[in-house]
Design a binder for this molecule. Structure first.
Ligand SMILES: [Zn+2]
Length: 171
C-alpha cells in the first residue's frame, strides 16, 4: 500500500461561482474554487470549516422550522428586505433556493439537523439573493459584510456532507 501523501492544493478564482468548491481529480489532485469577491482568507476559513464538519459524528445541535423562520425574519430586517416565507424540501444535491419574485426561500431540510451557524449561512445566502440576484462579486462582498465567516460555515456544511452523505458540493 502506498503511503498517503498530501497532494498540493490548487486554488482558482472564478467569477459568478455559486459556492466554494473543493474537488479532486482521479489522481487526487485537489482544486479549491473560490468565487470572485470572496474574502481574502476564504480558502483558509473554508478548509478549517471542512475539517470541523467532516469530524462531526452527530452534529452537535439542531434547529426547528420555527427557529429558522425567526432567523429569517431577523435577517430580513437587517438586509432591509420584506419578511420571506421559509419552506423546506428534500434533495440530495441542493441546499437552498431563493424565489425572490414570490418572497420565498426554500431550504434543504437536512439543514435543520446541522448546527445553527450552518443553517444561518445557508439561509443568509438565499436571503441575500433578494438584494443581488446572481453570484456576482457584489453578492459575495455583501455576504462578507453581513457574515465575515461565511466561508468557514460553508466549509463545515460541505465537509460534513462529504464525510457523511457521500456528496460532493451541491450548490
Ligand atoms: Zn446562490
Amino acid at each position: 500500500m502506498q503511503p498517503k501523501t498530501r497532494q498540493p492544493l490548487r486554488t482558482v478564482t472564478r467569477r459568478n461561482a455559486g459556492a466554494i468548491r473543493l474537488t479532486a481529480d482521479p489522481r487526487g489532485r485537489r482544486t479549491l474554487t473560490l468565487p470572485l469577491g470572496a474574502p481574502e482568507d476564504a480558502a483558509a476559513q473554508f478548509l478549517a470549516g471542512w475539517r470541523e464538519g467532516a469530524a462531526w459524528q452527530e452534529p452537535p445541535a439542531s434547529s426547528t422550522e420555527d427557529e429558522a423562520s425567526t432567523l429569517a425574519r431577523l435577517w430580513a430586517g437587517r438586509l432591509g428586505i420584506g419578511t420571506p416565507s421559509v419552506g423546506f424540501f428534500r434533495d440530495p444535491w441542493r441546499w437552498g433556493l431563493c424565489r425572490w419574485q414570490e418572497g420565498a426561500v426554500l431550504l434543504n431540510e437536512s439543514l435543520l439537523r446541522l448546527p445553527p451557524q450552518v443553517l444561518e449561512e445557508a439561509l443568509l445566502h438565499e436571503l441575500e439573493h433578494f438584494r443581488v440576484h446572481d453570484h456576482s462579486p457584489q453578492f459575495w462582498r455583501e455576504m462578507t459584510v453581513w457574515l465575515p465567516d461565511w466561508p468557514l460555515r460553508e466549509g463545515q456544511l460541505r465537509g460534513w456532507a462529504s464525510a457523511h452523505r457521500g456528496r460532493k458540493t451541491p450548490g
